[in-house]
Design a binder for this molecule. Sequence first.
Ligand SMILES: Cc1cc2nc3c(=O)[nH]c(=O)nc-3n(C[C@H](O)[C@H](O)[C@H](O)COP(=O)(O)O)c2cc1C
Length: 195
Amino acid sequence: MKLKHSFNPSVKDGIFFSLTSDVFREIVTHLYGDKISRILVCYYSKTETTEKMAEKVREGASSIGTETEVDLREVGEVDVESIPNYDALVLGSPTYYGGPAAQIKELIDESVTHHGNLEGMVGGAFSSSSNTAGGNETTIIALLEALLIHGMIIQGSAKGDHYGPVVVGSPDEKELEQCKKYGARIAELVEKVRD
Ligand SMILES: Cc1cc2nc3c(=O)[nH]c(=O)nc-3n(C[C@H](O)[C@H](O)[C@H](O)COP(=O)(O)O)c2cc1C
């Protein structure tokens, strides 16, 4: 297979290669072909709580094997056209009036261009809120509903956070651990679905 990008090594105290993530993706695809699982963790966060959760979800999803590639992106950086390139889409949003932030809803609405083409993809969601019963679960459910309408596969949990991880106020260690475990479960589900 021929790679699209060429390498431009620069010499300074030895040779080092400057690789963009696109080039890295190409190399990995070249080496592993279709065996690579790709997970997109897409979040909106104004005061960084949901962002901290997203980082932990990414960490967990990356922890299960070398053949999983996880992209962590703020929603404004996500090109809706890229969504079908992934095996899993995990959405994270603060709870705003018991539902997802408008920025995440906007991406969901734009994803209508892929309606019918995302069947069998793995989906997941997480949310942060100020209050324990402030609507974090209704936010997750709203996100999962949209992913189900796309035909995605959602796995609940018998233990811990049943629908997806939540953080209330400032994240504590236990909540961040739930996010990490969730990421790992998503990656494991992708592996099962792809088998
Ligand atoms: C417009 C707005 C609406 C909110 N609505 C709720 C709510 O319904 N329930 C709740 O518990 N917290 C609510 N909050 C608090 C946020 O959900 C909470 O601070 C969240 O952790 C912020 O996430 P971020 O740090 O990722 O931006 C709201 C905050 C804003 C700005």
